[in-house]
Design a protein around this ligand. Structure first.
Ligand code: SF4
Ligand code: SF4
Length: 137
């Protein structure tokens, strides 16, 4: 990623916290320890190997990740070298904060989870919002 794009993404991230209302997607369920999230990861803002190396330079903790391949659209797929063949974390007590928080309880953008993941996303529809506003009024 070029520096101006990088700075723009930081600016947008900061500004997003001032949006008065966001659409929320709630995540419910429980981990069934399949290990897919440690074996197949995407990054929002890492599109090339060079960007990945730069990211690892900025955040040395990301050196645990490696490029596993690309999907049909050409997006990079990452994996962690600490996941065991059984799909468990071999450094569980020292896993990253992002690992501890995954999946977030709420997200503010449309997303998907791995097929077979024990969690699921509860999406609020337009009708749900209308029903809530009916209750308030
Ligand atoms: S993909 Fe879902 S069920 Fe599988 S290890 Fe990750 S959080 Fe758990
Ligand atoms: S540190 Fe552990 S929990 Fe985090 S991605 Fe690697 S194997 Fe998964």
């Amino acid at each position: 990623m070029k520096l101006p794009d990088f700075l723009a993404s930081i600016k947008n991230e900061i500004l997003s916290h001032f949006v008065t209302e966001k659409i929320m997607y709630k995540i419910e369920g429980k981990c069934n320890k399949c290990g897919k999230c440690c074996n197949y990861m995407y990054s929002f803002d890492t599109y090339t190997e060079k960007e990945f190396k730069f990211m690892q330079f900025l955040f040395p903790a990301y050196k645990r990740f490696y490029i596993k391949g690309k999907d049909d659209m050409g997006n990079l797929i990452f994996a962690c070298k600490y996941v065991t063949p059984e799909g468990l974390c071999s450094v569980y007590d020292k896993r990253l904060k992002m690992c501890k928080n995954y999946p977030a309880k709420y997200i503010t953008y449309d997303a998907d989870l791995h097929e077979g993941c024990g969690y699921h996303i509860v999406k609020k529809t337009f009708d749900d919002y209308m029903k809530e506003s009916d209750k308030v009024s």
